[in-house]
Design a binder for this molecule. Structure first.
Ligand SMILES: [Mn+2]
Length: 355
């Protein structure tokens, strides 16, 4: 670490620590369906706050994750992730948000409360500028990297479980440095690896998949339509919104495909995930334009998400068509006639009994 970077890190730490002074209770709020980066960041902030004398710390989110890897991570960390709607936030003196920002649409705060601390790596939002302590570094691939720098500046060596989670947070958000990453992320991971339990990490990353995972994947593949170098698919009504990103990630792995979009309906919202491997593009900005004030959208250069409120289930069809149309123009897909990734004839041939 250079002297300049070290100085900046210790300055941030002392400013953050001021918010822990005379504070006994802290609620850390995560995005709905928190991913490994959010979970790891919460664990690190919890440690940091605890070492500053904050003893009552809880972690909460709007909805528990559905991905088996994320559930395996929670079990390994023995983290009791509370649900915001089942929680009385009044006794908490401070509220912190990590890996998400107020008003972003992918995270909620307890009613009538505002955040005191926000640490995140998504592009800064207007609402975040009003937060007393905010540290937003959109150049970073993971919030876990930022939290590692706080721990390092505080001279705290994270216990094995926290180090393992932070390493996973960095690896998964940057897709093993294949997207949206900086030198700081690489440096943090190289410091964390010797402290992490790699065997355990391997077990979490390759946690046994559920039966419904395969059903969702099959649906995503069967519904996939291709417009030139862009693949769009729909999962219909979904149980776990994190499956949208999993399907979008899988479809992006096809040779020659530059953009993918996967959407689905969850409760009364239309949710969209997009991915790209075009290094010149900015998926977050592009999705915001495609969604065009119908709801919230945002994200990073290579991945982004949107949430659009629906008044009725019948509204989803026309809305997705108009968003898809704008998206295809913005990514310059060129080909208005889609080609199905999997045709009904192909499925029939698979199901035909072998003689
Ligand atoms: Mn993140």
């Amino acid at each position: 670490m250079t002297v300049r970077v070290e100085k900046a890190a210790s300055l941030r730490l002392s400013r953050l620590s001021e918010h822990f002074q005379h504070c006994h209770s802290l609620l850390i709020v995560l995005q709905y369906f928190p991913d490994p980066d959010a979970i790891a960041s919460a664990m690190a902030l919890k440690l940091l706050a605890y070492r500053s004398g904050v003893t009552g710390i809880s972690v909460a989110c709007g909805s528990a994750p559905g991905r088996v890897e994320n559930l395996a991570l929670l079990r390994y960390l023995k983290l009791n992730l509370l649900r915001l709607d089942h929680l009385n936030a009044n006794p908490f003196e401070r509220i912190a948000m990590v890996d998400a920002q107020p008003g972003a649409g992918n995270a909620g705060l307890p009613p009538d409360r505002i955040a005191d601390i926000v640490i995140d790596h998504h592009p800064i939002r207007h609402e975040t500028r009003q937060v007393p302590y905010h540290d937003i570094r959109s150049r970073y691939g993971a919030t876990s990297t930022m939290l590692w720098e706080y721990l390092e500046a505080a001279g705290i060596r994270p216990p094995m479980r926290v180090a393992t989670a932070l390493a996973y947070g960095i690896r998964s958000d940057t897709s093993d440095f294949g997207r949206d990453s900086s030198d700081a992320d690489i440096r943090a991971l190289s410091c964390l690896y010797p402290l992490a339990n790699l065997r355990q990490l391997g077990r979490i990353v390759h946690a046994p998949l559920s039966h419904s995972y395969f059903r969702v994947m099959v649906k995503g593949l069967c519904q996939a339509r291709q417009y030139g170098r862009c693949t769009i698919t729909s999962l219909g009504i979904i149980q776990h919104p994190d499956s949208l990103g999993e399907v979008a990630d899988l479809l992006l792995r096809e040779q020659g495909i530059r953009w993918t979009m996967c959407h689905g309906v969850w409760r009364n919202q239309l949710l969209i995930s997009i991915r790209t491997d075009d290094e010149q593009a900015h998926a977050g900005r592009l999705l915001r334009r495609a969604v065009n004030r119908l709801g919230h959208a945002g994200g990073h250069a290579a991945m982004a998400g949107a949430q659009i409120p629906l008044e009725s289930a019948g509204e989803a069809g026309p809305l997705t068509s108009s968003i898809e149309r704008r998206f295809l123009v913005l990514v310059n897909a060129g080909n208005p006639q889609p080609r199905h990734l999997v045709t009904p004839a192909f499925i029939r041939s698979l199901l035909r009994k072998e003689p």
